[in-house]
Design a protein around this ligand. Structure first.
Ligand code: V47
Length: 364
């Protein structure tokens, strides 16, 4: 059942969709009306027009690997099934040599992006991160390194007693190309209290991204959805991203992350297919200043991700060898895809596969 729209945001979905079509910016109240009351087909059709105007039928993808260098984390987020307490069974931290060996094992693959994120492991000094970046740059000079969420950057700043600017400058100097969008979750403080009470606030997450943008480091942005948040919380999150983007223009891509419910302490159930499409479409219409919108197949599943390409998404992420965070929480997608499988998923959805770099430059 579609929830009732609060009287203060009551408006005509058709009028609001017309407003979007004419290029007028949607207000958060407009977005809430669309989320709650626009017919799914109309919402997706308008988002599709916006997507076609920006990207035609291109669906971008990247040949990438994921390196999760440590699962040890002091944050213990309730939705996370990936983290381990230090010393617990299954806790593991890769050495820089392990990472080099992992990349060397794929030396013939024309990888363009190395996606690196880890838990907040207090035993790892800043020098470990710097050595890692230098080593990756040395063994894969042809790939861009997208590494370390704002949460990790803030953690390093706190443990080193220096500013986030200093941490980012050091990492950039060592080869960091851009920041991934993880750790944003949902910005609403009352939800963070329940989801991830130990994690940095939404304001601080935004501040780290603003700092990165100011230094010429592009970043992505995520939102974890389909757990205990409401449409108002989702719209407020999108609104905070749009406001920052107006100031910095540094976000390359928005990535709605579909919550996976297994093996964690949160116990909510994850989004259904209609919620996925509504959120993708709404994001395309509302985030008029963020160029790309990702259908992250690892969390959505390949079929829903293909559908998302028809609801406004233009990016299919990558080969992702291998995804661990969603799979620890029960994602039933493959852990990685070959380039041929990835291209096939895109072409069979009726889109045109375009290979890209981490910062969304088309290749070839
Ligand atoms: O920050 C944790 C999320 C994120 C669960 O920037 C979960 O290109 C679903 O941010 N169900 C990490 N999600 C992944 C991420 C990402 C992935 C791909 C590309 C990019 C990019 C960024 O995963 C975490 C958290 O929000 N997460 N647990 C879960 N149970």
């Amino acid at each position: 059942m579609i929830p009732l729209i609060p009287a203060k945001v009551a408006g005509e979905p058709a009028v609001i969709l017309e407003k979007a079509r004419s290029g007028e910016r949607l207000t958060p109240d407009d977005a809430l009306v669309l989320a709650l009351a626009a017919p799914l087909h109309d919402l997706c059709a308008a988002a599709m027009e916006a997507r076609i105007a920006r990207h035609g039928k291109n669906a971008y993808y990247v040949h990438n690997v994921h390196i999760n260098f440590t699962n040890v984390c002091v944050n213990a987020c309730r939705f996370c099934a990936f983290f381990k307490v230090k010393g617990a069974a299954g806790a593991r931290t890769l050495s820089v040599d392990d990472i080099v060996a992992e990349l060397a094992a794929r030396e013939n693959a024309p990888i363009r992006e190395i996606h690196v994120v880890g838990g907040l492991n207090p035993d790892l000094p800043l020098s470990y991160y710097v050595d890692m970046l230098r080593a990756i740059s040395r063994v894969r000079p042809d790939a861009g390194i997208k590494a370390f969420t704002a949460v990790e950057v803030a953690h390093l700043a706190d443990t080193m007693g220096v500013s986030e600017f200093e941490i980012l400058s050091t990492l950039k100097e060592a080869g960091l190309m851009m920041l991934p969008g993880g750790g944003a979750e949902v910005f609403a403080p009352s939800l963070r209290e329940k989801l991830c009470p130990e994690k940095i606030s939404g304001e601080r997450w935004l501040q780290v991204h603003a700092t990165a943008h100011g230094m010429g480091l592009p970043t992505n942005a995520t939102m974890l959805f389909g757990h205990i948040e409401s449409w108002s919380d989702r719209v407020a999150h999108l609104s905070a991203l749009r406001d920052l983007q107006d100031l910095t223009h540094g976000f390359a891509c928005f990535i709605p992350l579909a919550y996976q419910p297994a093996n964690n302490r949160l116990g909510a159930k994850g989004p259904d297919g209609v919620t996925v499409l509504r959120l993708i479409a709404l994001s395309r219409l509302f985030l008029d200043n963020i160029p790309h919108l990702k259908a992250y197949w690892a969390m959505l599943g390949i079929k829903a991700a293909q559908m998302a390409l028809w609801a406004g998404a233009d990016d299919f992420d990558g080969t992702i060898v291998e995804e661990r965070i969603g799979h620890a929480a029960g994602a039933d997608s493959p852990k990685g895809m070959t380039l041929a499988q990835l291209r096939h998923a895109i072409t069979s959805a009726g889109m045109v596969p375009v290979e890209r770099t981490p910062d969304f430059q088309p290749i070839g």
